[in-house]
Ligand binder design. Sequence first.
Ligand code: BTN
Length: 268
Amino acid sequence: MEKLDEKIIIDGLENSIFACNFKLHETATSTNVILKDMAKNGAPEGTIVIAEEQTAGKGRLGRQWLSKKYENLMFSVLLRPRGVLKPESAFVLTMIMALGVRKGILKITGLDPSIKWPNDIYFHEKKLAGILTEFSVKEKRLEYVVVGIGLNVNQEPLESDAVKGLLKPATSIKKEAGKTISRNLLIVEILKGLERYYLSVLSGNMDDVYKEWNDCSMLMGREVEIAMPKGNARGRAVRIDRTGALILENENGEEIRILAGDASVIMK
Ligand code: BTN
C-alpha cells in the first residue's frame, strides 16, 4: 500500500501555485473545515490540505463523506480569485476542479469519466468523486473559495449499500481500470490540470471551460429528473448557464432553470 508522500507530490508539482503551502494530515476532521480556518487566518492562494483519513468528512446537502484510510484522495484547495470572479460566478471553480480531475484520471489511466451536474464525477453511471465548494464573500467580493474533492481511487465500492438504496451506485478508479493507482502521481496530474484551467479563468477566458464542461457532461441531451426540496422537476438537460444553473426543456418546450438539486437520468 502506497502512502501519500509530500515530497513526491511537491517535486511533481514543480513551480505550480499548489506547491507553495502543501499540508498533509494523517488524520483530519475535514480538509474543507481546516482550510477555511486557514483561509480566515490569511493562508495564501494555492494552499492545499490533504488527509489520509477524515473523521468528519462533509458532503453536499449536509451529508457525510466516508472514505477508507490510505485508499482514496481527499483534499481541499484554496483559491482567491480577487476581483476577477463575482460571487455569482463561483461555480466555475467547481467546474474547473471537475475538469482537472477528469484530465488527471484520463492521463494516468486512459479512462474518460463524465461530469454530472452539479458537482460529481461519474464513470458509466457510477459515482467516482464528489466536490464540495464553500466560499466567503466580503464587500460583495469573493474573499476565499475552498474547493474540496473526495475521489474513490483504490477503494472497493460499497455495492451492498448502493443496492440497499442508501447510496447512489459508486465505483473507484481501481475497479474500472483493473489495477491499483498511484495516488501521488494522480494528484499531481489533477493539480496540474486544475492550474491550467484556473489560469484560463483568471485571464477571463471562460468560454472554453464552459464548452469543455458541457461536452463532458453526462446529463446533456438526456431526460433527467431533479430532486429538490419543493418537488421534482423533469425535462431534457440542454445546458448549464453562467451561474451554474441547469437548464431543462420540459415537454411543452419551455426552459426551466434549476439552481440546485440531485439529478438522476431517466432510463428508458
Ligand atoms: C459530495 O459528493 O457530496 C461532495 C463530497 C466532498 C468530499 C470532500 S473530501 C475532501 C473535502 N473535505 C470534506 O469534508 N469534504 C470534501
